[in-house]
Design a protein around this ligand. Structure first.
Ligand code: SF4
Length: 251
């Protein structure tokens, strides 16, 4: 199936009760070859009326956050877990998620992004479940935003929903920090070509997760990277999380 065919089906969908209260079912938008897919919860009122992604108040926030991160909308693909507006911005119901998430699954197959960035609680829970990652409890939830997870052939970066800023402007600084990770993920670590981790990996001595999560992922959080930047000594057998792997020393 092509994306145009999928979008045609989405626009005419009547699989759940939300089709009765929407004006438009909103399809994903953006770069069809994107490395990053942002997955929001559902369209708001303005999106419902205009038939486009992120044109309402949350859209203004996301543009600001992407701008701060140095990312343009046309570099990424943006979509929703639920394609129709939730009346009075209520929470999505489980049967609505079940009815609609098939479209998101198809979009992931068609666009095939390397990085999925679910925004907020419901989109993150759905993506974690889909990729068999243990679901964090409600209390732990905010601590996973801005952290990178590895699952099958995808990297997952849960981010706070931009609407958080509308209700709690004091969280804006934290949101900017989390969204900046998107830019980090677009490029590999500049030290990778000469890093001992690359050598250990190519020699079959190091698990791939270290390379994917740090060297080709969130290199900014790598302890080796941080020490390299400060010109501080660190042994070759120090892993990206700062722990020492004595087995690498012996090899
Ligand atoms: S281990 Fe750290 S410093 Fe080395 S390439 Fe990976 S991210 Fe960069």
């Amino acid at each position: 199936m092509k994306i145009e065919e999928l979008n045609k089906i989405i626009r005419g969908c009547k699989k759940c009760r939300l089709s009765e209260t929407r004006t438009n079912a909103i399809c994903g938008e953006g770069n069809l070859n994107a490395k990053i897919m942002l997955i929001a919860q559902a369209p708001g009122e303005k999106e419902d009326i205009e038939g486009k992604m992120f044109v309402g108040p949350s859209g203004k926030v996301i543009d600001e956050l992407l701008n701060e991160a140095g990312i343009k909308r046309d570099e990424i693909y943006m979509t929703n877990l639920i394609k129709c507006m939730l009346p009075k911005n209520r929470k999505p119901k489980q049967d609505e998620i079940e009815a609609c998430s098939h479209y998101l699954n198809e979009e992931i197959k068609l666009i095939n992004p390397k990085i999925l960035a679910p925004l907020g609680y419901y989109a993150t829970c759905y993506i974690f479940k889909k990729y068999n990652l243990p679901s964090p409890s409600k209390a732990e939830f905010s601590s996973i935003f801005g952290k990178l997870f590895l699952a099958e052939d995808k990297k997952i970066l849960p981010l706070p929903h931009p609407a958080t800023c509308l209700y709690n402007p004091e969280f804006k600084k934290d949101l900017i920090k989390s969204y900046r990770k998107l830019k980090v993920l677009l490029n590999d670590c500049k030290w990778y070509p000469v890093c001992p981790m690359k050598r250990f990996y190519e020699e079959g001595k190091l698990d791939k997760k270290w390379i994917e999560l740090y060297c080709k992922g969130d290199w900014e959080s790598c302890v080796r990277y941080q020490m390299e930047e400060k010109g501080e000594f660190h042994p070759d057998w120090m892993l990206p999380d700062g722990s020492l792997d004595e087995r690498l020393k012996r090899r």
